[in-house]
Design a protein around this ligand. Structure first.
Ligand code: ZN
Length: 60
């Protein structure tokens, strides 16, 4: 039984967490998840989810 990492953002198991995240995306994720830090990483689904959010809601 292999241990899969759990995404800290959506709580789902994922094959791999991404740690190289664009600055604008980092800001958007933090807006929605104040306690999240980029060292925690994010799954691909969350990257795409927040990528869409950051496109629709530009950071001021
Ligand atoms: Zn996720």
């Amino acid at each position: 039984m292999s241990e899969q990492p759990t995404c800290p953002l959506c709580g789902k198991r994922t094959d791999s967490l991404h740690h190289q995240i664009e600055q604008q995306l980092l800001a958007t994720i933090r807006q929605h998840n104040p306690h999240w830090v980029d060292a925690d990483g994010s799954c691909q689904a969350c990257l795409e989810h927040y990528g869409k959010l950051s496109g629709e809601e530009p950071i001021v």
